[in-house]
Every structure is written in structure tokens, then in C-alpha cells.
Design a protein around this ligand. Structure first.
Ligand code: KIV
Length: 272
């Protein structure tokens, strides 16, 4: 297996723009630690998102709300140490940017300074305008996130598809243009109808990255633990599993337990 674009030495926000212009799809995955960041980077994804989904898959919380800025910085710094090529984007966690733009800028600066990441991602459109502008004016690239925004799960009440109705679809389209005008380098479209994602993608000049948004977006993102089959219960229609690590890990560990119990590990060659 090879990296699709070995000539890209280091992915930047400009690389993503070029890929959109060339019509080449952008591959993105999440990662939360050094070892996985290193593997995912070496396998050739263009963007690694240190998502606040760490709250779910790393910490076992039901939602993304509990994870803190300090915890996100810890995950991001670990990933950055393993990455040589991909653009590393870090989620600003719930509560670190909604209060006011000063707090938002302080949070974004902490992420950039303490983790060495390359950009931040924020959920929302017009309602977080001031924070986006302030962060961008400090020279920090910002990625948006529209559609199903998990930090607002208690407002939505469910993880169902968003923007099916005309009014919400129109607001999403307006927000998409708004993010582009503000200077965001791209945005995630999560769990919206494929037709709407296509319309949005065709009407903006910056890359759109879909998750549960169909094929007509500029790139795709999934949560690494879902792709590798580490998580089992989460089975949305949009998810494609590329491995069954749940099975592989369970089998390997139970084999190890059996060997220890049976005095089969370590053998003579495995000692000093
Ligand atoms: O936190 C996350 O993993 C995300 C992606 C699902 C887009 O925001």
C-alpha cells in the first residue's frame, strides 16, 4: 500500500485548497495519541483531527461535552509528536470558546502553543462569528463544523440527521458562505442530506469535509476507533468499518491470558 501523494511533503491549509481545485478527494481521520497519530500519518491521510470525540472513545463519556481544554491539549501534543506529514487540526472543546471571543482566542492560543498543532476546529456558524474573527486575526487557521454539531446535542435532543427541513438547510447554507467569507480554510459537514452537502460544496470555494454527508463533498472524515472496529455498538449507516480490531485485540489478549495460566509464557528464550 502506498501514500497517494508522496510528493506532498507537509500538508498545509493551502494543500487542501489545491486538492479541492484539482478535484482530488481529501482523506481525514481522527487520532488521539502518539502511536495512532504516527500510524495514521504514515498511511497517508492529509488531515488528522484531534477530535473532541476523544471524550467518547478515549474517556468513555456519553457526549463530547465533558472533555476539557487541558485534556484536548494533552491528546493533541501526543498526536503531533507522531506526525510528519498530515495537517493536525484540534477541536476547541465545549466551554472553551462560546463564552466570549477573548476566551476563545486564549483557548486557541493555548492549543497552538502547548500542542504544536496547525489549526483549530469550532462548531457553529454566525453565532460564533466574533470568536472566529479574533482567532483568525491571530494567524490561527480555523476549520468550521456545521450540521450535526455534537456539542449542541442537548439542544437537538437526538443524533438524527440535521437540516432536512428547508429553514435549517437555508441557515446551514448561509453559515457555510459566512464561514468562507470570514476566512475559514474549510469546514466539516456532519450528518446532513447528501443533496444539501452537494449544493453547499459546489457553492463555496473552500474544502468541505463530510461525515454522514454523502459522496459529493471535497473530503471524508471518520472516527478512527469506528473505522478500525474498536467500537462495536456505534453502527450508523454512514460508517464503513475497515478492520475488526475488537476481535483481533480480544483474541490476542485472551490467548496471552491462556498462555500465562498454562505456564506457556514466558518460555526459556524469552528470559535472561
Ligand atoms: O470530534 C470529532 O471526532 C469530530 C468529527 C466526527 C468530525 O468532530
Amino acid at each position: 500500500m502506498s501514500i497517494h501523494n508522496p510528493d506532498i511533503k507537509r500538508v498545509t491549509v493551502h494543500t487542501l485548497q489545491e486538492l479541492k481545485q484539482k478535484g482530488e478527494k481529501i482523506s481525514c481521520l481522527t487520532a488521539y495519541d502518539y502511536s495512532m497519530g504516527r500510524l495514521v500519518d504514515a498511511a497517508g491521510v492529509e488531515v488528522i483531527l484531534v477530535g473532541d470525540s476523544a471524550s467518547n472513545v478515549m474517556a468513555g463519556h456519553e457526549t463530547t461535552l465533558p472533555i476539557t481544554l487541558d485534556q484536548m491539549i494533552y491528546h493533541a501534543a501526543s498526536v503531533v509528536r507522531g506526525v510528519k506529514r498530515a495537517l493536525v487540526v484540534v477541536d476547541l472543546p465545549f466551554g472553551s470558546y462560546q463564552g466570549n471571543s477573548e476566551e476563545a482566542l486564549r483557548s486557541a492560543i493555548r492549543i497552538m502553543k502547548e500542542s504544536g498543532a496547525h489549526a483549530v476546529k469550532m462548531e457553529g456558524g454566525a453565532e460564533i462569528q466574533e470568536s472566529i474573527v479574533r482567532i483568525l486575526s491571530a494567524g490561527i487557521p480555523v476549520m468550521g463544523h456545521l450540521g450535526l454539531t455534537p456539542q449542541s446535542i442537548y439542544k437537538f435532543g437526538t443524533y438524527a440527521v440535521r437540516a432536512k427541513e428547508e429553514e435549517e438547510a437555508q441557515k446551514l447554507m448561509n453559515d457555510a458562505h459566512f464561514l468562507e467569507e470570514l476566512g475559514c480554510f474549510g469546514f466539516v459537514l456532519e450528518k446532513i442530506p447528501a443533496v444539501l452537502a452537494k449544493q453547499v460544496t459546489e457553492s463555496v470555494g473552500i474544502p468541505t469535509i463530510g461525515i454522514g454527508a454523502g459522496p459529493h463533498v471535497d473530503g471524508q472524515i471518520l472516527v478512527l476507533h469506528d473505522v478500525l472496529g474498536i467500537t462495536q455498538e456505534f453502527k450508523p449507516r454512514f460508517l464503513r468499518r475497515y478492520a475488526d480490531l475488537h476481535g483481533v485485540i480480544t483474541e490476542a489478549v485472551s490467548h496471552y491470558v491462556d498462555d500465562v495460566k498454562a505456564h506457556n509464557f514466558p518460555n526459556e528464550k524469552e528470559g535472561y
